[in-house]
Design a protein around this ligand. Structure first.
Ligand code: NDP
Length: 287
């Protein structure tokens, strides 16, 4: 017997999740605020609830996948979660995840927050490498591990309900910086006779080649020795900054994505850390 569950929210992600549970034979109750999203799932066997209250009452395990924090608050307003296992997969901040856990606990419910590290086409495709961070009630995770593993891999990161959101947002933040750099790179070559697809292959390979340096940063942060293993020291990198900035000017490209990071590197150099790599920038960011 497969665990029955309820899913609130049938956007692109919610719909992808729902299909995997239906495919795997889980009895699924769905609810969506607006009309039209539930019908295709009903055709696949989902039960469609007419209200949030009815949807929550239908199953012991209730998963939310809504647009944002405001939509979660609006949807849960007035809901009695007593005895339920709530899993919020809506992208949230750590603080809100913790306050929702406290809200649920205070009403006799178990709570986990989740952060989805996948886009909808990766859901239900194990080979895609997509997975979901979970944190909060360990008992809830253990009880529903198999059900939660249906749409994507699971990574439980601790009892602190905010931990999944923090992991999620940290990875998304790194991605944001990476795509900022990618945008700048495409802008530099755009007007030239350089084929975008060929350039994209070079770009992707270069980024992949640079990625392992995160492990050196981690080991330097762990023992505080920011000079160990450095192959491209800060003094050399800062000396190269004007070349990056001048090239942007020559190509008629704004430097607004580059300058914040280059400024931090310059500040660290000015503090006398030219023999380090860039790990010291992490220290400068702490408020
Ligand atoms: P969509 O924009 O496709 O869907 C949003 C859903 O939220 C819809 O079901 C919408 O209902 C509902 N909603 C919006 N506002 C409210 C409200 N005030 N009250 C009730 N329901 C509301 O978003 P996704 O499905 O793509 O994303 C859902 C979550 O998944 C987000 O938190 C997102 O960050 C996360 N996520 C998404 C990824 C992606 O690539 N898509 C990747 C990783 C995480 P209605 O139909 O009525 O508008």
């Amino acid at each position: 017997e497969k665990t029955p569950l309820t899913l609130l929210g049938l956007g692109a992600m919610g719909t992808a999740l729902a299909r995997t549970w239906l495919d795997a034979g889980h009895p699924l109750t769905v609810w969506n605020r607006g009309p039209g999203r539930a019908e295709p799932l009903a055709a696949l066997g989902a039960r469609v609830a007419g209200s949030v209250t009815e949807a929550v009452a239908a199953s012991g395990l209730v998963v939310l996948c809504l647009l944002d924090d405001a939509s979660v608050d609006e949807t849960l307003d007035g809901v009695d979660p007593t005895g339920k296992d709530l899993v919020n997969l809506t992208t949230s901040t750590p603080a809100l995840a913790r306050s929702r856990a406290a809200w649920a606990h205070g009403r006799g419910a178990r709570f986990m927050d989740g952060g989805i590290m996948a886009v909808p086409p990766m859901i239900g495709v194990p080979a895609s490498g997509g997975y979901i961070f979970y944190s909060g009630s360990r008992a809830l995770f253990d009880a529903h591990r198999d059900t939660l593993a249906v749409p994507a891999g699971t990574s439980y990161v601790g009892e602190d309900a905010g931990s999944a959101a923090l992991h999620d947002v940290a990875l998304l933040s790194a991605m944001t910086g990476m795509f900022g750099g990618v945008s700048h790179a495409f802008a530099l070559v755009r007007k030239e006779d350089i084929e975008p697809a060929a350039f994209a292959r070079l770009l992707a390979d270069w980024l992949v080649a640079m990625v392992p340096s995160v492990h050196l940063m981690a080991s330097q942060l762990a023992d505080g020795d920011y000079t160990r293993g450095v192959v491209s020291n800060l003094a050399m990198q800062v000396a190269g900054s004007p070349t990056l900035l001048r090239t942007a000017e020559e190509q008629g490209v704004s430097t607004e994505l580059l300058t914040p990071y280059l400024s931090l590197m310059e500040r660290r150099l000015a503090q006398g850390h030219g023999h380090e790599g860039t790990t010291g920038v992490v220290d400068l960011l702490a408020r």
